[in-house]
Design a protein around this ligand. Structure first.
Ligand code: UD1
Length: 432
């Protein structure tokens, strides 16, 4: 069994390089099979969710060539139009639902197992289905999961009932190869929605307005090959910014787009950190105890739900009472019980966490309930007095490339440990 062993108490200092955005990469890789020409994608993060979608593309007949750790050449010409996407990897990751939009757009037919992803509350896909139906597809829940078929797709005016990143991107993908114009209203504005639109435009799509709440897509007959580099990961960057704050360190987070981090920088400044932005870097430093604040998670440009556990960990050490309200997902406070084992004083009422800041956390044995909460618990362990063991780190590895290595380069005392039992049942411990 693998876990992270963390000895807390070292302020993080130095520089860290941020990888490509996982959530953009999942969609871009799924969209890359929409042409029969070769697509080269650069700045692909080396994390397990991405390795999973690349493997799925191969398993359904796509050609995937690894040029280097972060660059892939993909060709979707070998994928049959009646392919069924049905394997355990699809059910493990959330981003696999983008194969519905890409296959439906390309072949007017998609049969894909239901997606998985972190258990952070109900994650319906009704808005995706509503969009595909509006484009003229017959959609039903049937083996292997969701089956969508159309004789042809035609542009439509689609109003999204909720702001959803997944459905905005999925509908955009299907609409790119539909006849006529599609308008998506109440669209998500996240940086990765813009990145996917830019990627598809570089393949010949005609998408306008991505990054606003109205996206217009003029359907084209076919897409062509391209070379494209994925934007930096806003959430990985934010995680290191909050790790710097929690440990009262001084970290330069490199290869970022500071504009994407504004909601995070604003809160860090409000609670007493120093944040200095330059072209593609942001430096976060903190001295002394930080202050309280209130947070409400919202779609972009609001405070991201994927940063909610990390800021809660920081506020758990701040002076005074803070309130964090989760507006996007229902069950995103499961990690609070783990944080309580480290001495945090947090009460969850409905979708709010009321946080009474404590002077310090103490090391404990804790488990990651999901990807972002797992990263947040690592931050807590880095700031704590004493040693912590963090289990279920496979969640963290879904979305953070070289997490312990990057933290170690900033002075953290963290190692990944593998334990096993020998023939006499004795615990064997090995640093991985
Ligand atoms: C994506 C991200 C996830 C992030 C989330 C919000 C990926 C792989 N995952 O997840 O990391 O936390 O965006 O930024 O990119 N909803 C519906 N019906 C739908 C779709 C969504 O009611 O058809 C609701 C959801 O339950 C949720 C809200 O809309 O309450 C936002 O969900 P959405 O933006 O779609 O999140 P995901 O695409 O699942």
């Amino acid at each position: 069994m693998e876990f992270y062993l963390v000895k807390g108490g070292c302020p993080l200092t130095g520089e860290v390089e941020i990888a490509g955005a996982k959530n953009a990469a999942l969609a871009i890789l799924a969209a890359s099979i929409m042409t029969n020409e070769t697509v080269t994608v650069e700045n692909v993060p080396d994390v397990s969710d991405i390795r999973a979608i690349l493997r799925v593309i191969e398993m359904i007949g796509g050609y995937v060539e690894k040029i280097d750790r972060h660059t892939y050449r993909i060709n979707g010409s070998g994928i049959r139009s009646d392919v069924e996407v049905n394997n355990d990897l699809v059910r493990r990751i959330r981003g696999s639902y983008y194969l519905i939009g890409s296959l439906l757009g390309k072949y007017k037919s998609a049969a894909v197992a239901m997606p998985g992803g972190c258990n952070i509350g109900p994650r319906p896909i009704d808005q995706h289905i509503k969009g595909f139906r509006a484009l003229g597809a017959a959609v039903r829940v049937a083996p292997p999961g969701l089956v969508a078929k159309a004789s042809h797709l035609r542009g439509a005016h689609i109003y999204q009932d909720v702001v959803s990143v997944g459905s905005t991107i999925n509908i955009m993908m299907a609409a790119v190869l539909a006849e006529g114009t599609t308008i998506i209203e109440n669209a998500a504005k996240e940086p990765h929605v813009v990145d996917v639109a830019n990627f598809m435009n570089s393949m010949g799509a005609r998408i306008k307005g991505a990054g606003t709440d109205v996206i217009r897509i003029r359907g084209v007959e076919r897409l062509h090959g391209t070379t494209y580099s994925i934007i930096p990961d806003q959430i990985e960057a934010g995680t290191f910014m909050f790790a710097a704050a929690a440990t009262r360190g001084d970290v330069v987070v490199k290869n970022v787009i500071p504009k994407h981090l504004e909601s995070l920088s604003a809160k860090l400044i409000e609670i007493g950190c120093q944040v200095i932005e330059s072209d593609d870097k942001v430096r976060v430093s903190a001295t002394g105890r930080l202050g309280k604040t209130n947070i409400k998670t919202l779609p972009y440009p609001g405070f991201p739900t994927d940063m909610q556990p990390q800021i809660t960990v920081v506020l758990g050490l701040s002076g005074g009472t803070s309130i964090v309200t989760e507006n996007v997902f229902e069950s995103r406070f499961k990690y609070v019980d783990e944080l309580a084992k480290m001495g945090a004083s947090i009460t969850v009422e409905g979708n709010s966490a009321i946080i009474d800041g404590v002077e310090s956390y103490v090391g404990a044995h804790i488990s990651s309930p999901d990807l972002r909460a797992g990263a947040a618990l690592v931050i807590a362990a880095l700031a704590a007095h004493g040693s912590s063991e963090i289990y279920d780190i496979h969640y963290i590895e879904r979305g953070y490339e070289d997490f312990p290595e990057k933290l170690r380069a900033l002075g953290a005392d963290i190692v990944k440990v593998d334990t096993d039992k020998d023939e006499f049942g004795q615990k064997l411990v090995r640093v991985v």
